[in-house]
Design a protein around this ligand. Structure first.
Ligand code: MN3
Length: 207
């Protein structure tokens, strides 16, 4: 199967007022689209275009910077859109909620640590909640790198549960230089249901 460019599972205006419609339109329609188009151009007619995304990213060190940057951008935004929902916010759900309480004491502490990871990321990148060795962990990656890539240090590898885009294009129109305010607003739309589904899938994988 080849990679496809898909819409977020909600309208551009659905995350208002926390994430504004114009940001969504440009972020998905221009930025994410460009990552996809450049990924397609870099991989077209190659074996990589038919790989699973996990396998592609897991071997990205041998594929050059165009694939690293654009396949990363393609994948990261798919996780980011589904880390948010108009029905999001509130408290973590299911097995993920139990594990968050075990690992972080409570959801507020997780939010604080993930905000620190996003605020502390110099320049552009992502903050992530991942499963690593069957445990939850918060990390950040630069640019469009992600926890599935073999170019990333072992301490940052794992299965994504939540992705938080901290590139300026994710928040500048509404929040200007106030990255912490954007991150605080993210929790109002955080999709704990899909996060729990990713968490459970990662825990079901055989090591
Ligand atoms: Mn982005």
């Amino acid at each position: 199967m080849a990679f496809e460019f898909t819409d977020p599972p909600y309208d551009y205006k659905a995350l208002e007022p926390h994430i504004d419609a114009q940001t969504m339109e440009i972020h998905h329609g221009k930025h994410h689209r460009a990552y996809y188009d450049k990924m397609a151009a870099a991989l077209k007619d190659s074996e990589g275009w038919m790989m699973s995304i996990d396998r592609l990213l897991g071997g990205v060190s041998s594929m050059g910077s165009a694939v690293r940057n654009n396949a990363g951008g393609y994948y990261n935004h798919n996780i980011y859109w589904t880390s948010m929902s108009p029905d999001g916010g509130g408290s973590p759900q299911g097995a993920l909620a139990t594990e968050i309480n075990r690992s972080f004491n409570d959801a507020d502490e997780l939010k604080k640590e993930m905000a620190n990871a996003g605020i502390g990321r110099f320049g552009s990148g992502f903050a992530w909640l991942i499963v690593q060795n069957r445990k939850l962990k918060i990390i950040s990656t630069p640019n469009q790198d992600n926890p599935l890539m073999d170019v990333v240090d072992d301490s940052h590898r794992g299965a994504p549960v939540l992705a938080l885009d901290v590139w300026e294009h994710a928040y500048y129109l509404k929040y200007q230089n106030r990255r912490p305010d954007y991150i605080a607003a993210f929790w109002n739309v955080a999709d704990w249901k899909s996060a729990n589904a990713r968490f459970e899938a990662a825990m079901d994988e055989k090591e």
